[in-house]
Design a protein around this ligand. Structure first.
Ligand code: UDP
Ligand code: MN
Length: 510
């Protein structure tokens, strides 16, 4: 998963395979057949019509890497030099976030002397290399790159990208017009096995309440305006490619340096720039392709860092909506045992920049975001009769809720709402993963389906409060657990109430 849930349809372009990368299972990644790729033909006609002024702000391109193949870094550098006008490209900064390559046994020395020798010979005076003395994570690595930059505008990229011709000019025009715009070149995909280029649809960058980012449909207004080259308003960024005025980025407090490893910073910057007087947009005319890889060469479980970083974003920026992040990760709002570090400086930053509140952002910038603030209780749902079992989505095809040993993952994320609905399942990106509980009056088993499609809403509403019975409002039947030869010795049924009680792990605090 890209931090970064990829969920959009690619537009496949004709292409020739220009490079082959051996799988990571081998001793080392190798790029053979290293051509410079000419992506010009793949640009859309309307973008080529634009003629660009010469007088634009200059830019520093900052690439961060850790345990990256040398040839991949060089592809990024070559395409940057080839496709950014020389008078606008002030410098290239390569930040090595302490490559050690313990995971893949690649040759880390390649990223030291050979990298330096190569770029200094090929592009004398152009490339600065910054070496972190310990692994800082992508957030602080980008900040280190920013510190080394000296141009008017800074562009931040993963070190496995390729630039298209004229990618830079539209971006710099937009920033010259308004230095408070953060500009995201549109991202295309480079397939990691074949280096084939795959064009992605024009889209904005959104996220779910776990703060995993994903591509989203551009706003309705953008479609209505009918100009597919127009900037696309976006609530946040995927993060592998963004361009911002250097001083303005500093004024905004850069990225949150209290975040570790990966994830969350891309959402924080989007929220922050909108709330504190700027904006963020995707530019269809500016295209950068990125390798979406299957495995991270630095960390086996990035979710633990992303979760921690997400809590920082929630606590600093989301006001009463922070509860949605705790809900999505299925953790209590207090005594959760996750040390998300000191946020006082970020809270002070928000205050000093006189930023708006999060509700304004949801209303105006991210109206597509589903709100779950009708939640009363959430988490695993347990019966007093069998406390080691939890209510679970079970097999989707069966359309019934079941019991399963408790694990607290997505299928067991329960939610009871003010309206009296019970939901089960991860919130996910669209809410589709979640289904809701119904007594269909016929079956002895509780049905699990999309309650929006049920006309008799009393069948989908239930009386419940913590440690009480779950009683259907239409039929008066209770949800109870009986001994059975299925589902770990128990079965979940609807029957005449016998006084069984239920508990949902967490209480929502707004
Ligand atoms: N990165 C880093 N330090 C880390 C983790 C990641 O510098 O501890 C860099 C990594 O080399 C890459 C960028 O952060 O340039 C984003 O990571 P990655 O490409 O693995 O994420 P993805 O694009 O797959 O979401
Ligand atoms: Mn990447």
């Amino acid at each position: 998963m890209y931090r970064r849930v990829k969920n959009r349809l690619p537009i496949t372009l004709s292409h020739s395979v220009l490079a082959v990368r051996l799988g990571r299972g081998g001793v080392c990644q190798l790029i053979i057949n290293m051509y410079r790729r000419d992506l010009e033909k793949k640009q859309l006609a309307w973008c080529k019509k634009a003629s660009f002024p010469r007088d634009l702000p200059n830019i520093s391109l900052i690439f961060i890497f850790v345990n990256e193949a040398l040839s991949v870094i060089l592809r990024s550098v070559h395409s940057a030099v080839n496709h950014t006008p020389a008078h606008l490209l002030k410098e290239i900064i390569l930040v090595d976030d302490y490559s050690d390559d313990v995971i893949f046994g690649c040759v880390p020395e390649q990223l030291k002397g050979p990298l330096e020798d190569y770029v200094n010979k090929r592009y004398p005076g152009m490339v600065k290399i910054v070496r972190n003395q310990k692994r800082e994570g992508l957030i602080r690595a980008r900040i280190e790159g920013w510190k080394a930059a000296s141009s008017e505008v800074t562009g931040f990229f993963d070190a496995h990208v390729e630039f298209t011709p004229s990618w830079a000019e539209p971006v710099l025009i937009r920033i010259k017009e308004d230095h408070k715009r953060i500009i995201l070149p549109s991202i295309d995909n480079i397939k990691h096995e074949t280096f084939e280029l795959e064009r992605y649809e024009n889209s904005g960058h959104g996220y779910n309440w776990e703060l995993w980012c994903m591509y989203i449909n551009p706003p309705k207004q953008w479609w209505d305006d009918g100009d597919t080259s127009a900037p696309i308003r976006t609530p946040a960024m995927i993060g592998c490619s963004f361009v911002v005025n250097r001083e303005y980025f500093g004024h905004l407090g850069l990225l949150d340096s209290g975040m570790d490893v990966y994830g969350g910073e891309n959402i924080e910057l989007g929220i922050k720039v909108w709330l504190c007087g700027g904006s963020m947009e995707v530019l269809p005319c500016s295209r950068v392709a990125h390798i979406a890889r299957m495995k991270k060469p630095y960390h086996s479980n990035i979710a633990s860092s992303t979760r921690r970083n997400a809590l920082r974003v929630a606590e600093v920026w989301m006001d009463q909506f922070k509860s949605q992040v705790y809900l999505a990760w299925n953790i209590p709002m207090e005594n959760h045992g996750i040390d998300y570090g000191d946020i006082s400086q970020r809270v002070a930053l928000r205050k000093s920049l006189h930023c708006k509140n999060f509700e304004w952002y949801l209303d105006n910038v991210y109206p597509e975001m589903r709100r779950y603030n009708n939640t009363l209780f959430y988490g695993e749902i347990r019966s007093s009769k069998a406390t080691h079992l939890c209510m679970d989505q079970g097999e989707k095809v069966n359309h019934t809720a079941t019991l399963h040993p408790c694990h607290g993952m997505g299928p067991q994320l329960g939610r009871y709402t003010k309206e009296g609905h019970f939901f089960l399942g991860a919130l996910g990106s669209t809410g589709d993963e979640t289904r809701c509980l119904m007594d269909d009056q016929v079956s002895n088993f509780p049905q699990l389906l999309n309650c929006d499609k049920v006309s008799n809403t009393r069948l989908t509403t239930w009386h419940f409060s913590q440690n009480e019975s779950i009683i259907n409002r239409a039929t008066g039947r209770c949800l109870e657990v009986i001994q059975a030869n299925v589902y770990f010795g128990h079965s979940l049924v609807l029957q005449t109430c016998s006084g069984q009680r239920w508990n949902i792990k967490n209480t929502m605090k707004q």
